[in-house]
Design a protein around this ligand. Structure first.
Ligand code: SAH
Length: 193
């Protein structure tokens, strides 16, 4: 089953962002990014929602997320997919997001502490891939872990000028990439911390 924009948007408005933040909690309702420590940020909610809608989730989707961060985006994915495999390179963020998402009652999220440039080979292929840190180029490994008919949303570019892209793999493995909008994410770093 495909989830509609209305359904996803309604849950998004119910999801209290402050539960995923340790600082600036009282400002969580504002549509701006905030620091989450370790030089990382939680994105502005409107962008999290838009990226989620672009991913076109289905109830049986198996999703890979690169950059767990606060876990806020992870929650939205987990609500509208069968399972989420999420990778984070900073141990403290990996640990705290795991704790927060368990407290939210999610049981379909699998956490991996590692380098998301490598995806998560053991569980590939994925129907959907969400990348929430900017890559210089689209990592070929992530494309290879995308299932035929799959979709990936990924910011691509340097520190100041990034394009959010939608990568679609057709049934025969052909790749089509399209531009969504200009964005500014933290960098997809090499290796884990
Ligand atoms: N979706 C998160 C975004 C956090 S910012 C949120 O809404 O909170 C991006 C995250 O990507 C950071 O937590 C950062 O540590 C992580 N990251 C950066 N490079 C990575 C890599 N190579 N592998 C896994 N995670 C990475």
């Amino acid at each position: 089953m495909k989830y509609g924009e209305k359904e996803i948007t309604a849950f998004f408005h119910e999801l209290d962002r402050s539960r995923f933040m340790d600082r600036h909690k009282e400002e969580a309702g504002m549509d701006v990014p905030f620091p989450i420590g370790h030089g990382q940020t939680i994105s502005q909610p409107s962008l999290v929602l838009e990226m989620t809608l672009r991913l076109d989730l289905e109830s049986d989707s198996k999703v890979l997320e690169v950059g767990t961060g606060s876990g806020f985006q992870t929650a939205l994915l987990a609500k509208f997919a069968a399972s989420v495999y999420t990778v984070e390179r900073i141990r403290a963020l990996h640990d705290s997001s795991k704790e927060k998402l368990a407290a939210e009652g999610f049981s379909n999220i699998h956490f991996h502490y590692g380098d998301g440039n490598l995806g998560w080979e053991a569980h590939a292929p994925y129907d959907r891939i969400m990348v929430t840190a900017a890559a210089k180029e689209i990592p070929p490994v992530l494309v290879s872990q995308l299932a035929p008919g799959g979709k990936m949303v990924i910011p691509v570019g340097d520190t100041f000028d990034q394009e959010l892209r939608l990568v679609e793999k057709d049934k025969d493995g052909g790749i089509n990439t399209s531009f969504i909008e200009h964005v500014r994410f933290v960098r997809l770093k090499k290796d884990k911390e």
